[in-house]
Design a protein around this ligand. Structure first.
Ligand code: FE2
Length: 395
């Protein structure tokens, strides 16, 4: 494996009803909190009332910022950072799924950021003008969905509503949350579709690491491969149990911790961190508002099919053989069957994509995610025409 530096300072409180500790946890970081959540919080009003009470009990004043949507926008986090400055906020709480937690991080950094917040993100990998943040207010995360792993990562994804580009900031020096409160009881009321999309997002995070493992220079991937396959298997086997019994807290807990493990660096340190399927999925979310996990379902199916017959598709065939004991094409069909059983889209036409838009989509991936060498980072590297072919295969 490659040399690496590993750092993950996030304190995790895991267990049923752990969210009741939000008051004393937050009080460690200040007296004024910004509570960030969705524009529509009607589905967890009781939880919010409880959080308000717990914060007040521990002497923390709370300002609500309920203005985040799925695929959150730059204008939403800009406004949140303004509220932080105006209200002299000490600590930011993210209550929700990946969109909310990503926004909470960016708002916390934006409150102290001296530049326009558009500069914070890597909106082009070939002409880099990004100015990463160097400091942020402390954040506390309470995920209500197992999926993105944002609660234990220094990454946030935002869409610029002006350019239509969706991209990310990754900054370990200041974007790690201080505390992640993982309370599986908060996920039991999630609709099945959101639960499944979250689970497939977890699988996609791990499978991207597996697909992009580099065997070309004798790297020993035995440790990574076995850890990655184990996490994927745990999610694969747990999801049907959760779909059958949404109140199964043990199974909900497995998904929740798997989401954190998938992106907290354990499975990827010492390997490439390429996420090419995510780059293609982001374009679908930015242009069609497609749910993140669903875009990845379409991508995983297409990628397994596409690389099965290719000389450079060894990692894809290896995954299929190790995980299912079948060919990559057959593994693709098994993925598709499971995804459809869970009610998740498996073809991008289901998001509204038309055949005559495929070229434009390929150009969008190129403009945001291609490096200066003219390729999308992956093993093997992906050309613009291959992006087009992959989208077409997923249509
Ligand atoms: Fe993801």
């Amino acid at each position: 494996m490659f040399d690496f530096e590993y750092y993950n300072p996030v304190k995790v409180l895991f267990g049923a009803n752990k969210s009741s500790e939000i008051g004393n946890v937050t009080a460690n970081y200040g007296k004024r909190a910004l509570l960030v959540s969705y524009a529509d919080v009607s589905f967890f009003e009781d939880l919010i009332s409880d959080i308000h009470r717990k914060l007040a009990t521990h002497g923390v004043a709370c300002v609500d910022y309920f203005n985040i949507t799925a695929n959150p926008l730059l204008c939403q986090v800009r406004k949140g950072a303004e509220v932080c400055r105006k209200e002299k906020i000490d600590v930011v709480i993210g209550l929700g799924g990946g969109s909310v937690m990503d926004s909470a991080k960016v708002i916390a950094a934006g409150a102290l950021y001296p530049h326009d917040m558009e500069k914070m993100f890597l909106f082009s990998h070939s002409h880099i003008t990004q100015i990463p943040p160097t400091e942020a207010l402390p954040t506390v995360m309470i995920p209500t969905l197992a999926g993105t792993g944002s609660e234990m990562s220094p990454t946030a994804v935002i869409t610029d509503e002006t350019s239509g580009k969706k991209s990310y900031v990754w900054e370990p020096s200041c974007l790690y949350p201080k505390v992640a409160i993982l309370d599986p009881t908060l996920t039991v009321s999630l609709p099945p579709y959101q639960t499944a999309c979250g689970a497939f997002d977890i699988i996609a995070h791990v499978i991207e690491a597996y697909f992009n493992g580099d065997e070309s220079n004798g790297n020993d991937l035995a440790l990574h491969d076995s850890m990655q396959l184990s996490v994927i298997r745990a999610v694969w086997e747990t999801l049907p149990r959760v779909m059958e019994d949404p109140n199964n807290l043990q199974a909900r807990g497995v998904l929740m911790w798997a989401a954190s493990i998938a992106l907290n660096g354990w499975l990827t340190s010492g390997t490439f961190g390429f996420t090419p399927m995510h780059q293609m999925g982001h374009v679908l979310s930015a242009k069609y508002g497609a749910t993140h996990g669903a875009t990845l379902c379409c991508m995983m199916i297409a990628w397994l099919k596409y690389f099965d017959g290719r000389e450079d598709g060894g990692r894809y065939r290896k995954f299929a053989k190790e995980f299912f004991g079948v060919s990559a094409t057959e593994a693709s069909a098994m993925f598709e069957k499971r995804m459809r059983e869970c009610g998740v889209q498996t073809q991008i036409r289901e998001f509204g994509v038309r055949d005559d838009e495929i070229e434009e989509l390929a150009d969008m991936v190129k403009s945001v995610s291609f490096g200066a060498d003219g390729y999308l980072n992956a093993v093997p590297k992906i050309s613009r025409d291959q992006i087009r072919d992959l989208y077409r295969l997923s249509l």
